[in-house]
Design a protein around this ligand. Structure first.
Ligand code: ZN
Length: 176
């Protein structure tokens, strides 16, 4: 188990489509190692989500660890310490709304991105069992942000206006 380097924008791995994981791969020691590394790396970076390609592994694996008291997630929805393998998003009926997003692979920046705010997330867990969860609001944004990584998409690709991508310092000034 080790803290891995998080790749930043410019690294080719962040722009590739990652491969589906097979059932036998899910049960492999290599997968257990990957999950441990992702868990330790995300905790060390104090992030809320990490996709395998962010540490240079081109497989469709995402880890979420959104604190329950994050101040955004309402409706008692929880997305803490959850590994999603081969995740798929289905957009459900509901509003499209935006959040200021940040990304461990785009350090020092924030960008305003609008996304559907009601989704279903289908995935396999570490026992290769099918799971399905539904999310509204902030957590639906977090899901879409992470799963974009599996297709080589970064949130900065989805920022519609240049002025909606700012530095952390500018963002903090705006908030104050
Ligand atoms: Zn990200």
């Amino acid at each position: 188990m080790s803290i891995r380097q998080i790749l930043t924008v410019g690294a080719p791995s962040l722009r590739e489509r990652s491969a589906e994981v097979t059932n036998s791969q899910i049960r492999s020691p290599k997968m257990r190692r990957l999950v441990k590394d992702m868990t330790e790396t995300l905790a060390h970076a104090k992030g809320i989500g990490l996709a395998a390609p962010q540490i240079g592994e081109q497989v469709r694996v995402v880890l979420f660890d959104v604190p329950e008291d994050n101040g955004y997630a309402d409706d008692g929805q929880v997305l803490s310490r959850t590994i999603c393998i081969n995740p798929e998003i289905t957009v459900l009926e509901g509003p499209v709304d935006g959040f200021w997003e940040g990304c461990l692979s785009v350090p020092g920046k924030r960008g305003f991105v609008e996304r559907p705010q009601h989704i279903r997330l289908d995935f396999l867990d570490l026992a290769a069992k099918s799971r399905s969860m539904e999310f509204h609001g902030f957590l639906s944004t977090v899901c879409q942000h992470e799963i974009d990584h599996l297709d080589g998409v970064l949130y900065i690709d989805r920022v519609k206006e240049p002025e909606l991508l700012v530095s952390d310092a500018e963002f903090d000034e705006e908030v104050e």
